[in-house]
Design a protein around this ligand. Structure first.
Ligand code: B12
Ligand code: SF4
Ligand code: SF4
Length: 266
């Protein structure tokens, strides 16, 4: 492991596991980029907590510059150094990834798996993004058993849609997914958006989690720049280009804004 350290200095937290244990892979087009003889996965964590912003109308992960770009840039730089040093393939993935990132991070020893389905790091809590560098280098890996959180149940009680079971959240009922949906929403979904009060995403299961009681600020400078806790209608189309809430275009955000405005009218 130590021989990789000089090339991964910019990655705040990481661990390496065998690629084989990452199966079954998630279906996605990015899987085409996997090295044909993949042997190991370097799982990377990117903390993003930047402070409290009362009155924000976006979930925390969307108030910072788009993590796909920020984490992508850090992993790309690491890959360039690693390719040069080892003359092997190194491919990075973030979110749009064949790797089930939470499972991989738990197995790489980055933290525990919360009942809310998220990776909880001992220092940064669950406020960190994940990414993976997959390589065909025959390298040292270290795998740990997946450990669970203390199971206090606070996330289940606080979840606006009541979608968290013992195995984790039901992705179809999660409010975060509902805010991202295209087109018309059902009356129940509209009520949920009003209950959550955000234009995009949901943080309730993280805010109540005891592991997040004393959040530590991100060491990543790019996340501390251009923080936008409030997204206004008139700036949406331009602003979302550099945010994680932009990949569906402005329509779902505009619809959600209308839903929230209507609730404040009544
Ligand atoms: C699709 C996806 C979503 C979907 C579905 C989430 C889900 N749990 O499946 C939606 C849009 C809902 C979502 C929301 C969020 N996401 Co997301 N998401 C992903 C993505 C791209 C794939 C996840 C996946 O499909 N995993 C495979 C499934 C099988 O594993 P699983 O999610 O652990 O599923 C378990 C449970 O959900 C449960 N389950 C599954 N189906 C059902 C059905 C029922 C009925 C029940 C009861 C349970 C249940 O059992 C499964 C096995 O244990 C990952 C990136 C990646 N490549 O991994 C990011 C990722 C997990 N998301 C992330 C984030 C930040 C979020 C949000 C916090 C964003 C926000 N603030 O709104 C929320 C949190 C919601 C939550 N509590 O999980 C981060 C998590 C970082 C961390 N610290 O763990 C990731 C890793 C992205 C990243 N690169 O950083 N996400
Ligand atoms: S993100 Fe919100 S809706 Fe989804 S599981 Fe967490 S609290 Fe529930
Ligand atoms: S709130 Fe409690 S049960 Fe939920 S993830 Fe945190 S420690 Fe686990």
């Amino acid at each position: 492991m130590t021989r990789l350290e000089p090339y991964l200095k910019e990655i705040p937290t990481w661990g390496a596991i065998p690629f084989e244990g990452c199966r079954p892979l998630l279906e996605c087009r990015a899987a085409e980029r996997l090295p044909a003889e993949a042997k190991a996965v370097i799982v990377c964590g990117f903390p993003y907590y930047t402070g409290e912003y009362p009155g924000r109308n976006l979930s925390r992960y969307a108030i910072v510059p788009d993590y796909h770009k920020v984490a992508g840039e850090l992993m790309e730089q690491a890959c360039i150094r690693l390719r040069e040093a080892f003359q092997r393939e190194f491919q990075w993935f973030a979110d749009n990834s064949p790797i089930r990132e939470v499972d991989a991070a738990c197995r790489a020893g980055l933290g525990v798996r919360g009942r809310n389905g998220l990776l909880i790091h001992p220092v940064y809590g669950s406020w960190l993004f994940l990414g993976a560098i997959v390589t065909d280098l025959d390298m040292e890996t270290r795998e740990t058993e997946i450990r669970s959180c203390v199971g206090c149940g606070a996330c289940q009680k606080a979840c606006p849609s009541g979608c968290i079971g013992e195995a984790g959240p039901d992705p179809d009922r999660c409010l975060s997914a509902i805010t991202q949906k295209k087109g018309e929403l059902t009356p129940e979904e509209i009520l949920l958006i009003r209950k959550g009060g955000l234009l995009w995403g949901c943080d309730r299961c993280q805010e109540v989690c005891p592991y997040n009681r004393e959040p530590v600020l991100t060491p990543i400078a790019a996340f501390r720049q251009e923080i936008r806790p409030i997204l206004r209608r008139e700036e949406m189309t331009k602003e979302i280009r550099s945010r994680a809430c932009g990949f569906r275009g402005p329509k779902p955000l505009l619809r959600n804004a209308e839903i929230l405005e209507q609730s404040s009218d009544c």
